[in-house]
Design a protein around this ligand. Sequence first.
Ligand SMILES: Cc1ncc(COP(=O)(O)O)c(C=O)c1O
Length: 354
Amino acid sequence: MTVRSNICAMAGYVPGEQLNDPDITKLNTNENPYPPSPRVFEAIRTALTPNSLRKYPQPLGDTFRKTAGRVLNVDPDGILIGNGSDDILTILTRTFVPEGGLIASPIPSYILYRSLAEIQGAQFLSVRFSADWRTLDSWAAQANLTFLPNPNSPSGTIVDPETVTRLAKALAPAPLVLDEAYADFTSWSGLELLSSTPNLIITRTLSKSYSLAGIRFGFAIAAPELVRELAKVKDSYNCDVLSLAAATAAVEDQDYFHEVRAKIIATRVRMTQELTELGFDVLPSHANFVWCRRSDRPVKPIYEELKRRKILVRYMNYAAGPLGAPEGAYDGLRISVGTDAEIDTLLSALKAIL
Ligand SMILES: Cc1ncc(COP(=O)(O)O)c(C=O)c1O
């Protein structure tokens, strides 16, 4: 069969393990440990009627766009809905990157960006973070599309507004995508730069801060005239009637959102401190996970032993670390913020292992 050669050549993106064992303490894919807002369940029940299932959903998600526009104080016409933010990242790639084009992103960061380049038949350029993870040098001004996760995964670090503005200016008119999957867990968002930075596109997900990874819902925020172009590329009905109802209800319930967010941030502070006391080098995190390394021993055996004890964290191994890290592979454990009880389980296992 005539599968495109770039597809045959690529390894394919490997998502974090989703083991089907209810006894697992699952701290590997940055899901929210708390349930979604009760209003989400109500909204799904209300939406679950023979008529709503029989009919196509709103193609552009106008009800969601109106609600999110109000909550985030952005123009609803500047919102594009997606089946998870990964869907949005795919739409952006298909919109901006020709075959043989160039996608750039930092390293270490979200590994899906490389797969998107490979699927598109594009070149991919990794740019190393500075040693303090706060800046990026030597960007390819010729990139058709640049992804910058902020906060970054796996480090949980952020770059500041000045750096984002400088980078966007250097790349213009090509777009800079600020992947804000974790922005709800930190103090600033690129939303404040949108009006002054026309080539900035922001992507968000409801998988993390709104506890809806299973529903698959994400969105982009950009200039309305750009969103009109992006809408031509997406599947006509990329979000179903139940996910639209769930997402709208989740975003409407800001009190619940703030309550869950505060709990996660409090546990993140405790985790960071206790893991540091156990000898891990833990970067200060602005996300719902922490990045842990050790100078005294390899971390892969720790990941394996935790897994044997039914505690799943994510072992990540990159081709390069930030500048200043020793040349060659750079690895560590990315541990999601769980409930306090889950983190107690993790910490006692670590105490036994180390
Ligand atoms: C940086 C980053 N962007 C995007 C995503 C995708 O999120 P979604 O569940 O909305 O597809 C993830 C998921 O882990 C992520 O870490």
